[in-house]
Design a protein around this ligand. Structure first.
Ligand SMILES: CC(C)(COP(=O)(O)OP(=O)(O)OC[C@H]1O[C@@H](n2cnc3c(N)ncnc32)[C@H](O)[C@@H]1OP(=O)(O)O)[C@@H](O)C(=O)NCCC(=O)NCCS
Length: 173
């Protein structure tokens, strides 16, 4: 799956084994880890990058893509498919390496992937529980057509601290 975004030079494409060094270089950052689930490790080692790339390439119903900016790996974006009663739901997530922040790239990537997944009717619901205080990500989701549904009180323990998260979702209808 190759997805063009509204930003020239920014595309979403499958992960490749050769992305390992570039992935480690941008992912090994506590400022990114602090805002993501523990699926994203810290420190971020070469072995972590290898494991992630293998998992991403094997994904079946889930979608895990690299965000590429001017031919460099700049981050990741994806939709983790639910199961059981949540079969039509996917957890939507993304991150960018710090040098790429503040340029509208996450917004472009989120709009592009959410738009394609909704058009494909691949999931009925894309949801993103954003950790309290992550205003930039909440703004990204709003600009990508997600609706703020409510506060999940004391739902997250990160870096030893208990905090709220805010549920955002975009539905097919
Ligand atoms: C969150 C993240 C993806 C944002 O990426 P980005 O490319 O810098 O985001 P964009 O430039 O597309 O948009 C950010 C928006 O948030 C706004 N913003 C940034 N910091 C903000 C703050 N502290 N308070 C309020 N708004 C803020 C920007 O002004 C922009 O909105 P605008 O276009 O209306 O001005 C990036 O910082 C990141 O990877 N963080 C770590 C991982 C993470 O948080 N992932 C999301 C988990 S839910």
């Amino acid at each position: 799956m190759l997805i063009e975004t509204e930003r020239p030079g920014c595309v979403l494409r499958p992960w490749h084994e050769r992305d390992q060094p570039g992935l480690v270089a941008i992912a090994n950052n506590v400022k990114i880890w602090r805002n993501l689930t523990d699926l994203f490790p810290h420190p971020y080692t070469e072995a972590d990058a290898d494991a992630w790339i293998a998992l991403a390439r094997e994904a079946d119903r889930s979608v895990h893509l690299a965000i590429e900016v001017e031919d460099q790996v700049a981050g990741g974006i994806g939709a983790l498919a639910g199961s059981g009663v949540s079969i039509a739901t996917a957890d939507f997530g993304y991150w960018l390496g710090e040098p790429y922040w503040g340029r509208g790239l996450a917004t472009a990537a989120a709009r592009a992937l959410a738009g394609v997944l909704m058009a494909q009717r691949r999931f009925a619901r894309l949801q993103a529980p954003v950790f309290a205080g992550n205003a930039a990500s909440m703004r990204v989701l709003e600009k990508a057509g997600f609706v703020r549904e409510g506060v999940l009180r004391q739902s997250v323990t990160k870096d030893g601290a208990l905090m709220d998260s805010v549920m955002y979702a975009r539905t097919a209808t």
